[in-house]
Design a protein around this ligand. Structure first.
Ligand SMILES: [Fe+2]
Length: 414
């Protein structure tokens, strides 16, 4: 993130001695300074002050990550995937957001997974790239070495690569925690065109720094009812030689990972709620980039929020047919009525995959139905990728075979 934050106990000058408090006339033990930085030492970074040597591990074993296999979308068809069919109610209490997420779609740049979770996750860090987790329903507390977040419906939580954290669903809420997990192989940030050359969000951006929530911290073992010296396992997702190029390792630490007494810098997790996205509208239809909220390498994240729609007297508020020849488009329908997909079978919890090489647009009748409307009550999260997406096991398990033929009145031609 662009702007500087400082939290907890840090020394006045970086890379200088910083010690635990001690009795009168005594010198406390040194804290251990760690720089967490992107792009070597050439981009955003933070300095964290640990009670323990952050390199210390006392064990390492394999973590067999849930099925990450993918199959090509071949023969090429648009797809409708029903994510709400993926988790039976009785599975939820034992499912957590980290080990329980099921792979829906993925390529060499980004993976989209889904979890309905009632159990706390283990401590976890993703050593491959940043994660952007969208909370579709429910609430959770997310504890990180930078501090804690309370997240709820509509929140994106952007978690930088290698941040140790865990997800704890709140059980008292009406809905279970439904998490839509976007894992990049790169960093995920606000779109560059919305940033000044020094990183401030510009006036034409649909959100600003005030809309971003940093962690509440510092957060230490004793703050979560744990002991400082408590042995803890941390699940690490990292690059390897498996079929997906991704493998897992579990490290044992001889202490609790919440040992950061203070930190400062421009790299840290942050939350943003989709309700704080100010839609950009026009007299005639605006192209999808106005809905962009974040970007990673070779993919973008957009959101379609409830908004006033096109107000030219002869406007057509639903999209024109479009062949986005350079990308695959994944729309996740969260709430409201999605006008362009009316009559297609798509509802809340659905995904549509519109692949490059196939022109797509409104279902038959949707253009006529939309004429004269001045407001769309819809909420959807979109990921566009520049390399083709393949189908994960969760896509294969939730595919509605009829969607491809919905523009032909539901008929498959033999
Ligand atoms: Fe589209």
């Amino acid at each position: 993130m662009a702007h500087y934050q400082s939290m907890g106990s840090i020394p006045p000058k970086r890379h200088t001695q910083h010690r635990r408090p001690a009795g009168r006339g005594k010198q406390g033990e040194l804290y251990y300074e760690e720089l967490m930085g992107e792009e070597g030492f050439s981009s955003d970074s933070s300095l964290l002050y640990h009670r323990n040597i952050p390199s210390t591990i006392s064990g390492a074993r394999e973590w067999a990550i849930r099925d990450l296999s993918t199959t090509p979308n071949h023969p090429l068809t648009p797809r409708h995937l029903k994510l709400h069919d993926l988790f039976a109610a009785k599975e939820v209490k034992d499912t957590d957001v980290v080990t329980g997420r099921r792979l829906v779609l993925g390529n060499g740049d980004v993976r989209i997974s889904y979890a309905v979770a009632g159990a706390p996750s283990p401590w976890y860090r993703n050593g491959i790239g940043d994660e952007c987790v969208y909370v579709e329903r429910g609430q959770a507390r997310v504890e990180t070495v930078f501090g804690a977040f309370d997240v709820a419906e509509g929140d994106y939580l952007v978690i930088p690569r290698a941040t140790t954290h865990r997800w704890i669903p709140k059980r008292s809420t009406r809905d279970p925690l439904r998490a839509y997990c976007i894992e990049g192989n790169s960093h995920i940030s606000p779109p560059k065109r919305y940033l000044s050359r020094y990183g401030q969000l510009l006036e034409h951006a649909p959100y600003c720094e005030r809309d971003l929530r940093g962690p509440a911290g510092p957060l230490l073992a004793e703050d979560v009812g744990a002991r400082e010296g408590e042995e803890t396992e941390v699940y690490i997702k990292h690059r390897g030689n498996g079929p997906s190029g991704i493998v897992g390792t579990i490290h044992t630490l001889p202490f609790h990972p919440l040992d950061v007494v203070g930190w400062d810098g421009c790299l840290y997790p942050y939350a943003f709620n989709v309700r704080d996205f100010e839609p950009i509208t026009g007299r005639v239809h605006q192209p999808p980039p106005v809905h962009q909220v974040f970007e990673g390498f070779n993919f973008v994240i957009c959101n379609f929020v409830p908004r006033k729609v096109d107000y030219h007297p002869l406007s057509i508020p639903v999209p024109y047919y479009h062949s986005n020849v350079d990308s695959d488009e994944v729309m996740f329908y969260v709430d409201g009525d999605y006008e362009a997909r009316r009559g297609s079978g798509i509802g809340k919890g659905s995904i549509s995959l519109h692949p490059g090489g196939h022109s797509h647009g409104p279902q038959p009748g949707a253009v006529q139905n939309a004429l004269g409307k001045d407001y769309f009550d819809e909420l959807a999260v979109m990921v566009d990728t520049f390399r083709p997406l393949e189908l994960g096991e969760a896509a294969r398990a939730s595919d509605d075979d009829a969607y491809a033929w919905s523009w032909a009145g539901g008929r498959k031609q033999s």
